[in-house]
Design a protein around this ligand. Structure first.
Ligand code: X8Z
Ligand code: ZN
Length: 628
């Protein structure tokens, strides 16, 4: 054949294959969504079954097998997408291209045998975490009483949590805190194996390590740096709170500690991640009517079901999608008496457009009312993006997912709103405002360094900076550096204190909660504007505002169809993660705390040398290694 004929033949072939490729793409994507729904459904059912019944030994094997089946299917689809569409340079449609790119990316790429092993390791750790018990503490002998029958020993949830929140006995707190970490150490070897295997999968999936893969879900250049800069921005606010709380704790536990960093076990929470339960002896104006509605909820005979309906009503008042029959029929909202379950609250998408469930061991108190709004936020997001093609049925990034319900809760917990739903009858005053912001800060501001450091630690484990012999020293370096806390006793060489936190052993990324804690204030601010709320940001309640609801659902419906800055733009009008909304919200409290701290002549910070930028604007002395 002649050359020019050959060339035109080739051109025709390319044209034909391009047209063919377009319809192939549509077929491929349609098939991906249909068969994927079945794959995801089967896998979600198998994992749900384990989480709601840890006593049945036959279930973990089924879940691990389901995980392997799903992984195998994903690998097959990835291989097909690559074989058919190569590097996607011939695909012009950005949405289809994005879907195919996602399908081609297999995060953890492991053989079936390895996937089963990895899933089994995680389930084993989860089982150790949720089924072990410790001897109850005896107030009489002031030591643990192991002569009690095993059924009366303390579980992590609710007994240990309850003691960490409500005991004001320094020694009992140290006992529970330490005993729980003795149990956590049982998982150390499983965790080492998990790290190796998960890293193997990430490398085979084309990533440097598991941390690299997890960070990739945020689609941000230099994500580590973005997180660090954001943290530095809010650090001065945290330092004010830390200084104030330390002074209160020194008064509460006289002579029990001398370090400038606070002992980790007296902050009212197993991990010192939120300090809300210290409210009783730290509230700025104790004589003013409380902003905590737990007592009122109990007085009004609230039940877990009633609490879920309060949350559902709030979402509906904005014109958002209400919880469906399947949700009400299949969710587990109370701890069963006859079997162990994973009590840590979670929200499940069965990926068939209908089946959405929450699993939660609800207690009747204000904190759990907030958690219900958090979980329902996940469900609302699932429902809002259910019509997207399968690859896009995800949060704009994992941090967005954590922020949805919290945004709602910011409105719900305002005294203004609690009054509307009959849980508070108070007149607003400046003192009450400070009490309210203080309670919010014990939850949100105290959380910031914790939310940040968990994955700083895990990224360092995955990239090999920490190995099993430095897990614990690395952990405490970060806990002291970022949170300004220290362990109440010398930690044993084989301790695995990071493993005391559920997300670490069940392989749930955590930086999303830090991202969320900043982003939720941006969402809240945008919705408050839409609802024409013009008073101070922290007073805004956008209850019943369809305009706020429309703004929100517009963003939610996008799912992960565009990179997150687009979703951010859709709701806030700009594309960045930005700490100015959270700063504005807490401004009156920050000024108040600062005044108190300066009045008391207290030093700021703890043993660590902080960047200049942070210390410059503080005119009080920095702390040395011990308090003067
Ligand atoms: O795990 C959760 C939710 C489920 S996604 C209850 N949270 C983090 C935690 O408990 O450690 C919400 C706040 C932080
Ligand atoms: Zn969540």
């Amino acid at each position: 054949m002649e050359r020019h004929t050959l060339a035109s033949l080739a051109l025709i072939t390319i044209l034909v294959s391009l047209v063919g490729a377009q319809s192939n793409v549509d077929d491929f994507l349609a098939n991906y969504s249909t068969s994927g729904e079945q794959q995801y459904y089967a896998d979600t059912v198998a994992n749900w079954n384990v989480a709601v019944n840890l006593d049945d030994d036959s279930l973990p094997g089924l879940a691990a097998q389901a995980d392997a089946d799903l992984a195998e299917w994903e690998q097959m689809m990835a291989a097909q997408a690559t074989a058919q569409f190569g590097d996607l340079s011939s695909i012009n449609d950005t949405s289809k291209k994005r879907q195919l790119k996602m399908i081609q990316t297999v995060g953890l790429n492991l053989t079936s045998t390895d996937t089963i092993l990895l899933s089994t390791l995680i389930i084993n750790m989860t089982t150790v975490f949720n089924t072990n018990r410790i001897c109850p503490w005896s107030n009489l002998t002031r030591e643990p009483n192991c002569s009690m029958p095993f059924q009366k020993w303390w579980r992590i949830d609710p007994e240990m949590f309850d003691r960490m929140s409500h005991s004001r006995d320094y020694d009992e707190l140290a006992y529970v805190w330490t005993a729980w970490r003795n149990i956590s150490a049982l998982n150390k070897e499983y965790f080492e194996q998990y790290v190796d295997l998960s890293n193997k999968g990430a490398r085979q999936g084309g990533f440097k390590d598991t941390g690299d893969y997890w960070r990739s879900l945020f689609e941000s250049e230099d994500f580590k740096n973005l997180m660090d800069q954001t943290f530095q921005e809010i650090l001065p606010l945290y330092e004010e709170l830390h200084t104030y709380i330390r002074r209160k704790l020194l008064a509460q536990y006289p002579g029990r500690f001398k370090t400038s960093a606070i002992p980790a076990h007296i902050l009212g929470n197993m991990w010192a991640q939120e300090w809300t339960d210290l409210g009783d002896f730290t509230t700025p104006f104790p004589d003013i009517a409380t902003v905590d509605v737990t007592a009122e909820m109990l007085a009004q005979n609230y039940t877990p079901l009633k609490m879920f309906h309060v949350a559902d009503d709030f979402y509906q008042s904005l014109g958002l999608i209400k919880m469906n029959d399947g949700f009400w029929n299949n969710s587990i909202i109370e701890q069963p008496e006859n079997r162990s379950i994973v009590c840590h609250a979670s929200a499940w998408d069965f990926v068939n457009g209908q089946d959405f469930r929450v699993k939660m061991c609800t207690k009747v108190n204000m904190a759990d009312l907030v958690t219900i709004h958090h979980e329902m936020g996940h469900i609302e997001y699932y429902m809002q993006y259910a019509k997207q093609p399968l690859p896009f049925r995800n949060g704009a990034n994992p941090g967005f997912h954590e922020a949805i319900g919290d945004t709602m809760a910011l409105s719900v917990v305002t005294p203004q709103h609690l009054q509307k739903i009959g849980l508070l009858n108070s007149t607003s005053s400046n003192e009450q405002d400070i009490n309210f912001l203080f309670k919010q800060a014990l939850g949100k501001v105290a959380f910031l360094p914790f939310g940040y450091l968990i994955d700083v630690w895990r990224w360092s484990v995955f990239d090999g900076t920490y190995n099993s012999s430095t897990y614990n020293t690395g952990w405490w370096d970060l806990r002291t550096k970022y949170q300004g806390i220290v362990p109440p006793n010398d930690r044993p060489v084989d301790a695995f204190d990071a493993g005391s936190k559920s997300h670490v052993i069940d392989s749930t990324p955590y930086i999303s909660y830090f991202f969320s804690e900043i982003a939720q204030f941006q969402f809240y601010e945008a919705m408050c504007k839409a609802a024409n709320q013009t008073d101070a940001l922290y007073k805004c309640d956008f209850y019943q505002s369809k305009a706020a609801g429309d703004l929100f659902s517009g963003m939610l419906q996008l799912g992960n169809s565009q990179p997150w800055p687009q979703a951010m733009q859709k709701i806030t009008g700009q594309q960045n993660l930005d700490a100015s909304a959270i700063s504005e919200y807490f401004k009156p409290l920050r000024d108040w705390l600062r005044n108190e701290n300066v009045k008391a002549g207290d030093c700021y910070g703890w043993d660590y040398t902080w960047p200049d930028a942070v210390t410059k604007n503080l005119n009080t002395p920095r702390c040395g290694s011990t308090l003067a």
